[in-house]
Design a protein around this ligand. Structure first.
Ligand code: HEM
Length: 254
């Protein structure tokens, strides 16, 4: 008996959509949740690199005004005379701005995707508690860090508020003096400390989850992921919080 053979059309749009105009492959990837997670992780790694180098560079403060200000000048002179003065610094700044934009865009769109996927709220508080404090507060610590960076630039790069220091005005090129004048104001020192604790919480969960996003999540290394996340966040917070404390304690000063 002859068996009827059934022919099936393509299950989804994939096989039959060859005529559809394809986007550039990176945009195609970014339109998926996995792509957005990669984008968050890669832009996150760039930002982690900046935060680390910035903290290490600022340790020059303990060597004195000349060393810190010389370091600032070194950054402006990067690759001179191959490139004109400050050109590489500006390229790095644009790279950093791009990383911030991608990080925020991916975070917002992933949150939207998650909300669409979970139209019903968690049924039991236990499900909710499984997430750590750091993971539940990522959005808030992210917003605090973003606002802090804007305020920090206005204080130490543009000098908008620095001039209200005890005895002087903002001096372009004198990073050391500007930092000291700024941190001598107790409310400012406290603001730096609070913002850096928020940054540490954000970094802890960020480092931990970037291993997951990049697929480096072998269960054998689960404990190591936690150690690395704790160590990195602690290093940055201790380093950064030490600066306002050192100024208030008179260890670093004019
Ligand atoms: C207490 C800790 C910190 C100190 C003492 C400090 C100090 C400084 C100083 C002195 C400058 C100006 C350099 C100059 O224009 O000559 C600066 C710039 C900057 N800081 Fe910080 N900073 C701290 C924490 C942070 C944190 C936690 C972030 C980010 C999360 C950050 C992000 C930036 C950015 C984006 C710039 C501009 C860099 C540029 O213009 O190339 N800083 N910081």
């Amino acid at each position: 008996m002859a068996q009827a053979t059934q022919t099936r059309g393509p299950v989804s749009g994939t096989a039959g959509s060859s005529k559809k105009r394809r986007k550039f492959f990176l945009l195609d990837l970014y339109s998926t949740a996995v792509g957005k997670k990669y984008a968050m992780a890669i832009s996150g790694i760039m930002l982690l690199g900046f935060v680390f180098v910035h903290m290490i560079g600022n340790l020059k403060m303990y060597l004195g005004a000349e060393d810190l200000n010389h370091y600032g000048e070194f950054l402006r002179e990067l690759l001179v005379p191959i490139l004109p003065r400050t050109v590489l610094l500006w390229l790095l700044r644009f790279g950093l701005l791009g990383a911030v934009a991608v990080h925020i865009h991916a975070a917002v769109s992933l949150t939207r995707l998650n909300r669409q996927a979970r139209s019903v709220k968690y049924q039991s508080p236990r499900d909710y508690q499984v997430a750590t404090f750091a993971s539940r507060t990522m959005r808030w610590t992210g917003i605090i860090v973003f606002l802090f960076v804007f305020w920090h630039l206005a204080d130490l790069t543009w000098g908008w508020w620095n001039a209200t220091g005890n005895d002087g005005t903002f001096v372009r090129g004198d990073a050391y003096g500007n930092v000291v004048r700024s941190f001598e104001r107790v409310p400012v020192a406290v603001l730096y400390i609070v913002a850096n604790i928020a940054l540490g919480t954000h970094l802890f969960h960020g480092v931990w989850s970037l291993f997951q996003s990049m697929g480096w999540n072998n269960p054998k290394f689960k404990e190591w992921r936690r150690y690395i996340a704790v160590a990195f966040a602690t290093l940055i917070v201790v380093g950064n919080v030490s600066f306002p404390i050192a100024v208030l304690a008179g260890i670093v000063g004019k």
